[in-house]
Design a protein around this ligand. Structure first.
Ligand code: ME8
Length: 496
């Protein structure tokens, strides 16, 4: 079976999960679910990035050991996955034993190749980013991401000879246009790589909360030299299984950590003699009223609370349809409610309800047998047959918004067809037969986006098994036969 590895970033459990975390997990989940339906053996990982100075400080503030602190916090991130119906195959924590072994193995492998040397580090460090900056990177002397003054640090450190990979990275990017997407992000990295690349400090001595450096117990691995390796440990690197999955890897990450995932990660892998991931796909930020979410301005929205209040599917639907994948977008409860009412309820919910209720009430719950198709029947069948391929292409190109929009257009076509056929006045055989088949097709294509509602449609249709175990291409088929008995339908969505 063809393999497919897809990963989200691993989140800092230094606070509760926010909308950005939810957004990344939902979009990645859509792709993972779609790939499973398309016949791939999928490994989908998400998790938490639990080491480093930032976490150690959070634990100290709460008078806990770092491990007690992260053990408590990680539950919020697991609860987020549950609340949003994320279908991860692994929730990886950087405090897992299996991860520590892989992270140390990679460090040691690179050290043994002579790519790591001991030196001393002096410079500026933003603890919130866990990232070193030069004066030039700062904005008014402050971290460009957090707007806080970086720490001046000076300590003995191991260095990885990242500098020598500049040209190799540029060559890799040039030869593999799929490596960094979208194009704008690739161009940004290529531009930054026009400047000399410095070696990277990959160990710390000023705190102890980290993976011990395998060749020197006084040091812990730099948190990015630890966290990035989660993508290998999640598949059990260096096992044979991991080697099958690895070359297919797609990393879904936000726009603030592109450098880490392309330049730092790319050069570490090159030094270790491991192929680079196939794609790093960069999404934008979820903002609140055009501005960055922040605790101080009180604009941090709790995604678990939202999913509980409005339902996971309306939230998933809203985020994917509202924000072009790759760009920034805005979250607001008002827009979520509007999309739920206008699109899920009035378009999809209406179609499901009218087709199924008609079958249930007017035809004893049995799907009708079709007669000769007229031109309206033929037009809708043609759409049903062509949409799965079209939508698949959008998802393969990471255009999740266009994919979902396409499926909803097909639903709208279904409503127009029903309206035009007036089954309450005319012979309804073809209308109900095609209607039931259209719902089946929509359920399959919608299952990656709104998994709970898609499964409900499947159950109302009384089809065998689960919608999540179907084949994507079968959405193009008319598999519901005449006389098939459906279950009593219930409204799919509620007006918010
Ligand atoms: O960066 N909108 O963790 P993190 C959309 N531990 N995405 C957002 C966002 C927003 N407002 N804010 C953050 C880290 N993200 C590291 C990653 S991976 C080896 C280590 C995204 O908790 C962010 O871009 O700060 C990242 O992809 C993910 O959420 C985790 O962010």
């Amino acid at each position: 079976m063809k393999k497919f590895l897809i990963t989200t970033a691993i989140d800092y459990p230094s606070g509760k999960p926010h909308m950005g975390h939810a957004y990344e997990k939902i979009c990645t989940d859509v792709i993972a679910r779609y790939k499973r339906l398309s016949g791939f053996d999928v490994h989908f990982s998400t998790g938490t990035d639990e080491h480093g100075m930032k976490i150690q400080r959070c634990a100290e503030r709460e008078k806990k050991t770092p491990k007690e602190y992260v053990d408590g916090m990680v539950e919020y991130f697991k609860a987020l996955c549950d609340a949003l119906n994320i279908s991860q195959d692994d929730f990886i924590r950087t405090t897992d034993d299996k991860h520590r072994k892989t992270a140390q193995g990679i460090f040691k492998g690179i050290f043994d190749k002579g790519e790591i040397y001991k030196g001393s580090y002096e410079g500026l460090y933003c603890v919130d980013c866990e990232t070193y900056y030069t004066e030039k990177d700062l904005r008014d002397g402050k971290c460009p991401v957090h707007g806080t003054a970086p720490d001046n640090v000076s300590e003995e450190s191991y260095f990885f000879q990242m500098g020598k990979y500049r040209e190799k990275l540029l060559e890799h990017i040039r030869k593999h246009p799929d490596f960094i997407q979208p194009d704008s992000k690739r161009n940004e990295i290529v531009n930054r790589l026009m400047n000399p690349l410095k070696d990277l400090s990959v160990s710390r001595t000023s705190f102890s909360w980290g993976v011990p450096v395998p060749i020197d117990e006084n040091h812990v691995q730099y948190v990015w030299m630890d966290a990035l390796i989660n993508y290998l440990s999640t598949v059990g690197w260096p096992s044979p299984k991991a080697k099958e999955f690895w070359p297919t890897a797609v990393h879904i990450i936000g726009k603030d950590i592109v450098w880490h995932h392309t330049v730092i990660w790319g050069s570490i892998l090159m030094a270790a003699g491991i192929p680079l991931p196939k794609t790093v796909y960069v999404h934008g930020f979820v903002n609140i009223k055009g501005a960055k979410m922040s605790k101080s301005s009180g604009t941090v929205v709790d995604p678990v609370g939202l999913a509980e209040k409005y339902g996971a599917d309306p939230l998933r639907y809203f985020l994917v349809s509202e924000i072009p994948f790759g760009d920034d977008g805005d979250f607001s409860v008002e827009s979520l409610v509007t999309r739920n009412n206008d699109e899920l309820l009035n378009n999809l919910g209406n179609l499901v309800n009218r087709v199924l209720t008609f079958i249930y009430n007017k035809n004893g719950g049995n799907v009708t047998e079709h007669k000769d198709f007229d031109s309206a029947d033929k037009a809708l069948i043609k759409s049903m047959e062509s949409y799965p391929k079209k939508v698949a292409k959008y998802i393969d190109d990471f255009n999740l918004q266009a994919a979902l929009d396409g499926i909803m257009k097909l639903s709208k076509e279904g409503n127009e067809y029903f309206q035009q056929k007036e089954p309450w006045k005319n012979d309804y055989s073809n209308c109900l037969y095609i209607g039931a088949n259209l719902l089946r097709s929509l359920a399959i294509m919608l299952s990656p986006f709104i998994p709970e509602s898609a499964e409900k449609i499947w159950k109302y249709l009384n089809l065998p098994g689960s919608v999540h175990k179907q084949k994507w291409e079968s959405a193009a088929k008319l598999d519901v036969k005449g006389k098939h008995k459906i279950n009593k339908p219930e409204p799919l969505f509620t007006r918010l």
